[in-house]
Design a protein around this ligand. Structure first.
Ligand SMILES: [Zn+2]
Length: 422
């Protein structure tokens, strides 16, 4: 379906100096004795044992054949056990590509919460296709088929589920599998002490952790932090992340990467909770006032998720859905509100023009509010469509995270079609 991964990645990318770290593609890299890592967008680790391979993660359905081909340059052992670090479509949906012709069905291990995730994807396949179209910068029609199929299809299901921790031995090699909520509720990390290798799944991705994602279900940055500290305490010799390249032969660096990321998440959580404790102000006031941690480290740049969105997820977990603004408790239909604002302003075109003026001054947050109202008040107006689309594109140009860049780009595509976000 995707012939050219490089082109696919280019369309998915945010921007920023460190994006290449997150989007590292390559392999097979020998990370330890009889252990190889390869990645096409998401990473897979193969541990060869005398009984067969232990495979940690399996890529997307589309890219798995390429990852398998890379790992198969090094080992022809059948897959004995596959461990899905979590049920996202870029980790749990590619196992078939790694199986040898005629080999026995491997054992497949996942956390207890994983089957419910797969069922949810099937029940909300169109919803998820729309969300992902926006996350990757387009309209749902432009990606329909591919995006829908990704969520409607079922992966090879786990046959072995666990709750907090599972220890296995394959071919004399021991593996610890630990549950840790973070990016998902069904997340695991894997430690192979014999090979000194840690596989954190998406608990480490060479970027600000994806614990804020604006369109996805609840995430748990404060629990991810605990998992990262537990991994750091093991002093791994090799790190094979969910996204980005592997790190080998530098335990101090690996420990620092894991620990710094934990500290970053702890800072976001502590500061957000402190703001909530201060009289529980409206959500937007917390989001715009909390001091976001920043780092110069290559693995803590907001190239995929946006630190501000992590604040949102802390608020969501510890709070309710109400934003704290009286009007948003029982809101008017948006089109009605937008028409009222436009009428007061002298019309939707006037609103859009003012939005463009603010945009030209670099006040993108304010400009985007007015742009929203202008388009919602006059979605058929070609001048408004054009101006609003340009404002969203300017918003995208100022952002560093893939999420923000692409959601604004997607909004621009919808604006040009005269459809406010739908
Ligand atoms: Zn992933």
């Amino acid at each position: 379906m995707v012939d050219n991964p490089a082109a696919k990645f280019a369309s998915m990318r945010g921007k920023g100096p460190q994006e290449a770290k997150f989007f590292w593609t390559g392999g097979p890299v020998e990370v330890a004795e009889r252990t190889w890592f390869a990645s096409q967008f998401s990473g897979c680790t193969a541990f060869e044992t005398d009984e067969g391979l232990v495979l940690v993660d399996t890529g997307t359905r589309q890219f798995a054949p390429m990852i398998a081909a890379m790992l198969r340059q090094k080992t022809q052992a059948p897959v004995h056990t596959a461990i899905y670090t979590h049920g996202h479509i870029d980790h749990a949906y590619g196992l078939e590509a790694f199986l040898l012709p005629g080999q026995a069905r491997p054992r497949v291990i996942g956390h207890h919460a994983m089957p419910a995730r797969f069922a949810r994807y099937q029940a909300t396949a169109r919803h998820n296709a729309a969300l992902n179209a926006r996350q990757f910068g387009g309209t749902v029609e432009a990606q329909e088929g591919e995006a829908f199929q990704a969520f409607a299809a079922q992966p090879i299901a786990p046959d072995t589920l666990y709750d907090e921790r599972l220890d296995i031995v394959v071919g004399g090699v021991a593996f610890e599998i630990h549950h840790c909520r973070g990016e998902t509720d069904d997340h695991s990390w894997v430690w192979c002490a014999d090979r000194g290798t840690i596989c954190p799944g998406d608990l480490f991705i060479w970027a600000v952790p994806n614990d804020g994602n604006p369109q996805k279900v609840q995430r748990y940055p404060w629990e991810r932090a605990k998992g990262l500290r537990a991994m750091a305490a093991l002093s791994p010799r090799a790190l094979c992340p969910g996204h980005g390249g592997p790190v080998t032969g530098d335990t101090a660096l690996i420990v620092r990467m894991l620990s710094e990321t934990a500290g970053f998440l702890e800072a976001v959580t502590t500061r957000t909770l402190a703001a909530m404790e201060n009289g529980s102000p409206p959500h937007v006031d917390i989001v715009t006032e909390v001091a976001l941690p920043k780092s110069d480290s290559a693995w803590l740049q907001p190239v995929y998720d946006d630190t501000e969105f992590l604040v949102r997820n802390v608020i969501r977990h510890f709070g309710g859905w109400w934003s704290g603004r009286p009007s948003e408790l029982k809101p008017a239909p948006r089109a009605m509100l937008a028409c009222e604002i436009a009428a007061l302003s002298g019309g939707a075109e006037r609103l859009a023009t003012r939005a463009a003026e603010l945009g030209a001054q670099g006040q993108m947050r304010l400009a985007a509010h007015l742009a929203d109202y202008a388009l919602e008040a006059a979605p058929e107006n070609a001048t408004v469509q054009q101006q609003v689309a340009e404002i969203y594109e300017r918003c995208a140009a100022q952002e560093t995270s893939l999420m923000s860049v692409n959601i604004f780009r997607s909004a621009a595509a919808y604006a040009r079609a005269g459809r406010p976000y739908r």
